[in-house]
Design a protein around this ligand. Structure first.
Ligand code: SF4
Length: 245
């Protein structure tokens, strides 16, 4: 638990978001994220799942495993061609191979090649450094920080943005940083809760709060939908909804 690690001075806990979390957990149960065996696997998965379904990233991870490359030393020594062949199922394989290389070079240069040392760095500094690497945007950096490092950075992905926007908690046009800041202001900086809440929001986004169809009648969050939002949500396709399946 790292509650004291990063508590913003303006932090005010929100009972509302806690109730969302409790309702989702009661319906769907613990999600057991991130589906990975090691920190390196989490990091690779976070890069490989960019712009594709997790199933494609998982196929790429399985190929890396079969090739013996889920190991820092062997991954460093792999040829560009071998790496690209393994990760091809995840799409954008050239860019993703470059992002993996960029991460490994930074790890060797800055942390002596040690993931343990990397996650001992001050979290805000570490985030800034990750964001400076080729091919790592905020969602990937935060997934690495939260799921591989246990650092309290909420992954404010498109599912989260859609649910919160449809419930009029953030603007439909709010970007990643604004939505993340809203969550950080509303919940204690608890990595375990951020982990589970993010996974649960993905689940509700896939099952009920779909991009073109909001199945509010069967959704565990239907009791929280503000009356003024109901009309808009019923015509969900008309909403400016953040993209996600
Ligand atoms: S499906 Fe409806 S009730 Fe559920 S999160 Fe989306 S807008 Fe809210």
């Amino acid at each position: 638990m790292m509650l004291a690690e990063r508590a913003p001075s303006h932090f005010r806990p929100s009972p509302t978001l806690r109730r969302y979390y409790a309702a989702l957990l009661a319906r769907f149960g613990p999600q057991g994220w991130w589906p990975a065996r090691t920190r390196l696997e989490v990091i690779l998965g976070a890069i490989l799942t960019q712009n594709t379904a997790w199933s494609n990233a998982a196929r790429a991870i399985a190929r890396l495993r079969r090739a013996g490359l889920l190991n820092l030393r062997k991954l460093r020594g792999a040829s560009q061609a071998d790496l690209e062949i393994c990760i091809r199922p995840a799409g954008f394989y050239r860019q993703k191979a470059a992002a993996i290389r960029s991460f490994l070079e930074w790890l060797d240069r800055t942390c002596g090649g040690s993931l343990h040392k990397a996650f001992l760095r001050p979290p805000e500094l570490l985030r800034k450094e990750l964001l400076g690497l080729r091919g790592l945007g905020p969602e990937t950096a935060d997934a690495i920080l939260l799921y591989a490092g246990g650092k309290p950075f909420f992954v404010a992905d498109a599912y989260t943005r859609r649910v919160l926007a449809r419930h009029a908690m953030v603007s439909p046009r709010a970007g990643y940083a604004a939505v993340q800041e809203f969550v950080h202001r509303s919940l204690p900086p608890d990595p375990e809760m951020f982990n589970e809440f993010h996974a649960l929001l993905v689940e509700v986004g896939k099952r009920c709060c779909r991009r073109r169809q909001a199945l509010c009648g069967e959704c565990p969050l239907k009791g929280f939908l503000p009356p003024e939002a109901r009309v808009n949500v019923q015509d969900a396709a008309a909403l400016t909804s953040p993209a996600a399946p």
